[in-house]
Design a protein around this ligand. Sequence first.
Ligand code: NAD
Length: 353
Amino acid sequence: DLLQGFEFAGIPSRVVFGAGTLAQAGAEVERLGHKRALVLTTPGQADDGAALARALGDLTAGTFFDAAMHTPVEVTQDALAHFRAVGADCVVALGGGSTIGLGKAIALHTGADQVVIPTTYAGSEMTDILGQTDKGAKTTQRGPEIRPETVIYDVDLTLGLPAAMTVTSALNAVAHAVEGLYAPDGNPILSMMGVAGIRAIRDGLPALRDAPTDRDARADVLYGAWLCSTVLGHVSMALHHKLAHVLGGSFGLPHAETHAILLPHTAGFNAQATAAQLAPVAEMFGGSVGGGLWDFARDAGAPLRLQDLGLTKADLDRAAQIATQNPYHNPRPFDAADIRTLLQAAWEGTRPD
Ligand code: NAD
C-alpha cells in the first residue's frame, strides 16, 4: 500500500556482473584506492584462490585459505593476525558465504574495504549481516562496515558449482526474496527485485539439472541470486530465517540444505497471512506457494526431509522450543505447537498445501 509510505536508502555496493569479470578484480582493488590485498577463500577452493592471488600480482599482500562455515571466531583471529602481519589494506574474498563471512569479520575489526567474488548463490555479498560462532553459539549482527564495497559476479566461476549445492544454494537465495516480500521494512523497489530474482532462478535452475555448465542458465540463476541477496541486505527476516538459524546454530545442520528443505513449509505457513504479498510467488509456482515451491524443489533434485540431514525426531521438540523462546516479527502469529507441526512436516518431507 503506497499510502503507508516507505523509505529506501539505495544500494550502496558497487556491482560488476558478467562472464569473465574475475579479470577485473585488480582494477576494482585499485579503484578503491588500495594496493595490498589479503586474498581469502576456503581450503576446498585454495587452487582458485592461489590463481587469483597470482593474477593480482603486486596487489596481493598475502593469502589466507582457511575460511570455515559460520565464521568461527578462532579462524577470524588467525586471519586478522595474518592481515596485520602482511600489512594488507583490503580483502578480496573469493568463495561462498563462509569466505565472505570471514572478509566481513576482518572488515568489522579493521575497517578494511572488501572486494567480494561470490561463487555460490547464498547471498551474503550484498548484505550488512555477519553471523559468527563462538564455542558453538551463533550470533548475528548488522552494521554498515560489514557490507562489502564491491561485488564481482562472474558467471564462469559458478559453472563448476556441484549439482547438489547448485540447487540448495539457489533455494537459499529464493528464501531471502520470499521473506523480503512480506518484511515490514520492505518497499516496492525491493519487492520488484525479489520477484524478478525468484523468477530468474525459477527460469534458470531446471536446465542446470541436466546441463550444469549451461552458461545462459547459470547467468539467470546468478542474476537471481544477486537480486535476492540485495533484498536480504535491506530488510528484516522472519520465521524462515529464524528456523534455519536455529537448526544450523544449535543442531549443526548444513546451511543451504536446511534453507532448501524449510522454504516450502515456512513460505506455505506465512502465505496464509500474506496472500497479497506472495501472490506473484503463487502465480510463478502453479497457484500454491508452499506446494508449488515444494514441487519445484523436488523436480530440481533438492533434499526434502530434515531427517536426511541427521536431525532426529527427538530434536524437533527442542528446536520448536528454541525457535519460540524470543519473540520476533512474523506476518502470521504462531506458538510452539505451530512450529512443532511445521518442523514435523519438514522432517518427514510431506508436501505443504
Ligand atoms: P560455503 O561458503 O560454506 O561453501 C560450501 C562449500 O562449497 C565450500 O567448501 C566451498 O569451498 C565450496 N564452493 C563454493 N563455491 C564453489 C564453486 N563455485 N565450485 C566448487 N566449490 C565451491 O557455503 P554457502 O552456502 O555459500 O555459505 C554458507 C555460509 O554463509 C553460512 O555460514 C551462512 O551463515 C553464511 N551466509 C551469510 C549471509 C549473510 O548475509 N551474512 C547470507 C547467506 C549465507
